[in-house]
Design a protein around this ligand. Structure first.
Ligand SMILES: Cc1cc2nc3c(=O)[nH]c(=O)nc-3n(C[C@H](O)[C@H](O)[C@H](O)COP(=O)(O)OP(=O)(O)OC[C@H]3O[C@@H](n4cnc5c(N)ncnc54)[C@H](O)[C@@H]3O)c2cc1C
Length: 470
């Protein structure tokens, strides 16, 4: 670990208090003027360019408690950083304190009890790496570089959602540091109101220092992308929708529009072409996989078929390389029950206008196991819908932001009248109080009450914020 010394005296921060904090923590304190500062303040979305007054890189629970107490005593705005993937950049802030968990990435698998203990700053790749040798996995997302913290606290939609539910449906307990610096565990037996709220309510209630998950039996799945030309997109979208609404839980596949990257393993003839895709994940018996996929391949033979037996961590990290940190990101999301001809025509229009090779639109199934949990069983209310849709404008060059943001907004606006209401908190930008209320729907008032109990002064407010109301 590099030196904990910082000679820079930040205007507005009490130097003695910072020195006392530095003496308390085992991790590192980084301030403006430190050599590491510019690297440490970066988050995944390069559109976010914030300058915190102090970054505390915690290495254990004690560091987190010290940092939370410091932020409260110094009356600083406080952001909590997990994997830093948040679209609107809620893992950082201007002029305040960042409690950075990115050095707390330990994962411990208990193979006998089939549980997985994960520290609050781990990435999903850390979890996959640790669980795979035991033939276990925790339902996560579609990339391995996303943080466990933010993804889990916001819900967690991924390859295993139809099979084993959202990430929160696999959560057994959390260890947390609350706004007053106290340490609590929340589970269905202990602090059950808090446990209900953290399963979807985001980082509103405190800093989660570790998550305890169910480890599900997953090893080699049958999965990967199939691609079809745009001329086939309407038929494929209809076919996929009908299939996935009736499919057994162990079959999942998300639909997307994208531009084929100009690189191997994609044949040159398809590179930079706009296409539609379904990226499959079948977790049933492998000997039945070919039979399961026969009608899919038979409906319209894909132009490119990269689907086959694959270790789950390889599927989970397949697209990491195409989405490195440091790109400009803007996204909008909605939930849908069904896509009819008119909606599919709108999809075709905006997909044909994908503004660059990075921008994309995905539709994730959230029926199956994820849909069998009641809307009020956890804070995640959107259980009676079938699909989560996200339109993402991405570009390496900030000069193109206006164009790619306009495309994402126009696409979202066109389909929005048919949506069920409220977006997925993990896939919206900063859309204000109304956006947060809409996202939590029926659960918002109860979340506001839990917030009033555990964080009455709204200390944790740099997030999709739930305003405390007793
Ligand atoms: C490339 C990419 C792929 C994605 N894929 C998926 C996907 O497949 N499925 C899906 O559901 N979502 C996906 N997301 C969305 C993702 O869930 C959110 O961006 C989420 O906020 C990221 O969490 P993080 O820990 O990486 O981010 P951060 O920016 O570090 O944190 C996000 C929010 O969570 C809070 N937080 C993080 N960790 C903790 C903690 N330990 N305790 C308390 N609060 C905490 C932060 O304060 C902040 O408010 C993706 C995002 C990106 C950029």
């Amino acid at each position: 670990m590099s030196s904990k010394k910082s000679s820079f005296n930040v205007v507005g921060l009490d130097g003695q208090a910072v020195a006392a904090l530095r003496a308390q923590v085992r991790g590192e304190l980084i301030q403006p003027g430190d050599a590491q500062y510019d690297e440490a303040r970066k988050v995944y979305n390069a559109m976010i360019d914030k300058r915190p007054a102090l970054i505390v890189c915690c290495v254990d629970v004690t560091d987190v408690i010290s940092a939370v107490n410091f932020g409260r005593e110094q009356q600083l705005a406080v952001a909590v950083r997990g994997g830093s993937h948040n679209g609107p950049g809620f893992g950082t802030c201007d002029d305040g304190l960042v409690i950075d968990l990115s050095r707390m990435r330990g994962v411990r698998v208990d193979p006998a009890n089939k549980t997985v203990r994960v520290e609050g700053g781990a990435l999903w790749g850390d979890v996959d790496h640790a669980t795979h040798p035991f033939g276990l996995a925790v339902p996560c997302g579609f990339l391995s570089t996303t943080g466990v913290g933010g993804l889990t606290l916001g819900g967690g939609i991924g390859y295993l959602a139809r099979n084993y539910g959202l990430t929160i449906d696999n959560l057994l307990s959390v260890d947390m540091v609350l706004a007053d610096g106290s340490f609590v565990t929340a589970s269905s037996d202990t602090n059950a109101d808090l446990f209900w709220a953290v399963r979807g309510g985001g980082g509103n209630f405190g800093v989660v220092t570790s998550f305890l998950f169910i480890g599900n039996p997953i090893h080699t799945v049958y999965g990967g992308p199939m691609f079809w030309p745009m001329e086939a997109a309407a038929d494929i979208l209809h076919f996929w929708q009908d299939l996935i609404l009736k499919a057994p839980d162990e079959l999942n596949g998300w639909f997307g529009f994208l531009t084929i990257p100009p690189a191997a393993p994609f044949p040159e003839q398809y590179q930079l072409q706009k296409m539609c895709t379904v990226v499959w994940c079948y977790n049933g018996p492998l000997e039945k996989a070919e039979e399961t996929f026969k009608p899919i391949r038979g409906f319209r033979p894909p132009a490119m078929d990269l689907c086959g037996p694959i270790p789950f961590p390889a599927l989970q990290s397949m697209f990491d390389v195409f989405y490195p940190a440091g790109l400009q990101w803007y996204w909008r999301s909605d939930f849908f029950k069904h896509y009819d001809d008119g909606m599919i025509n709108l999809h075709l229009k905006y997909a044909s206008e994908l503004p660059n090779p990075y921008s994309t639109m995905h539709i994730y199934p959230i029926n199956g196991a994820a849909g069998r949990v009641g809307p009020q069983d956890t804070a995640w209310a959107n259980r009676d819908v079938n699909f989560a849709q996200v339109t993402v404008g991405i570009d390496p060059d900030p000069a193109n932001n206006a164009q790619m943001i306009q495309w994402a907004k126009d696409y979202w606006l066109a389909l929005h009248p048919y949506a069920t209401g409220g977006g997925y908190v993990n896939m919206i930008m900063d859309e204000g109080k109304d956006g947060v209320k809409a996202a939590y729907g029926v659960n918002y008032p109860r979340l506001a009450q839990v917030k009033a109990k555990y964080d009455p002064n709204n200390y944790f407010h740099i997030n999709q914020n739930i305003v405390p109301k007793a």
